[in-house]
Ligand binder design. Structure first.
Ligand code: 5GP
Length: 113
């Protein structure tokens, strides 16, 4: 099981601006925000990449999306937002603990770079 900085945030070994927590998930503000609101939602279970998830994780993955919905609503992102999962090197993933980025508070461009 791989250990990342996000495991340390879950265990409160390093500080983070946590905005939501339940039994399965944690959400905190990204330290290097790419938009006025930039929050990452992670499962407490260590799944390095979305490509490592299995059908056993089906309800957890649904839980994460509904957590995104709740966190975005609580953050006041009434005008929309983007949900991003970077996967692997080409996907630009830098932390090998599955996470969903919530980006909002400005008009985002498409396609991403
Ligand atoms: P990735 O590039 O893997 O999709 O996203 C990882 C994200 O985690 C990046 O946006 C990065 O800024 C964020 N991040 C990395 N280390 C920390 C940290 O220690 N605290 C917080 N709050 N965010 C972090």
């Amino acid at each position: 099981m791989s250990e990342t900085i996000f495991s340390k945030i879950i265990r409160r070994e390093i500080p983070a601006d946590i905005v939501y927590e339940d039994d399965l998930a944690l959400a905190f503000r990204d330290i290097n925000a790419q938009a006025p609101t930039h929050i990452v939602v992670i499962p407490k279970k260590v799944i390095p990449r979305v490509s490592d998830a299995s059908w056993e994780d089906q309800s957890l993955l649904g839980h994460l999306l509904l957590t995104v919905q709740k966190v975005a609503q609580e953050a006041g992102l009434t005008n929309g937002y983007r949900v991003v999962i970077n996967n692997g090197n080409d996907g630009g993933q830098t932390v090998d603990h599955l996470h969903l980025h919530i980006l909002g508070g400005r008009k985002l461009q498409w396609p991403p770079g």
